[in-house]
Design a protein. Structure first.
Length: 191
């Protein structure tokens, strides 16, 4: 996934309206970038606590085994027997239902034909460090400098995510990445 972030650092991102996902194989064609990123942060791998702290601050891109979730419809998905990363999801929040902790992740497979309106709930705090469908193995999020980006205009999503996506309060036993009070940013990458 760092290769994808390297591409975004170099070329920026466009909007879905300008460059829609066609689900076809092909090469990416850089268009006018609507937003640029300066680098990215790799959240410590195989650590759901650190991932939770990062998600409390912003959405986090994670690598997963997408094969196992192709037929997902609803509920809290729990599969820790996977061993390959071949897809990406955007973790946008987390919650607890009936005593079961879960992540809320947005998928790119469409909002009406897959999952809970394009989202999936994945069991959180499982007994394997890599997490459900390998989600804790490659978590990343972008770093941005406002000098490259215009003031954002509010955009309402066409399909709201399932509730709750707002992070619940978390403990401070592990500091969030980059907010340890130290002048170091150990996980920041800038090409």
């Amino acid at each position: 996934m760092d290769v994808a972030f390297d591409y975004v650092v170099k070329n920026g991102l466009t909007t879905e309206d300008q460059y829609p996902n066609t689900a076809d194989n092909g090469s990416c064609t850089p268009k006018t970038a609507a937003v640029k990123t300066d680098g990215y942060v790799a959240v410590p791998e195989n650590n759901e606590k650190q991932l939770q702290h990062a998600v409390a601050l912003q959405p986090v891109l994670v690598g997963v085994d997408g094969t196992s979730i192709m037929l997902y419809k609803e509920g809290i998905y729990d599969n820790t027997t996977t061993s390959v990363v071949n897809h990406a999801l955007l973790i946008v929040g987390y919650g607890t239902e009936n005593g079961v902790d879960y992540w809320v992740a947005k998928n790119s497979w469409g909002s009406t034909s897959w999952g809970e309106q394009g989202y999936i709930r994945l069991k959180r705090n499982v007994d394997k460090p890599e997490g459900t469908i390998m989600l804790a193995t490659e978590p990343l999020y972008p770093t941005m400098n406002s000098r490259h980006n215009p003031d954002p205009s509010p955009v309402s999503p066409s399909v709201p995510p399932p509730a709750p996506v707002k992070p619940s309060p978390i403990s401070s036993e592990v500091p969030p990445p980059g907010l340890s009070g130290s002048s170091k940013k150990p996980w920041t990458f800038s090409p």
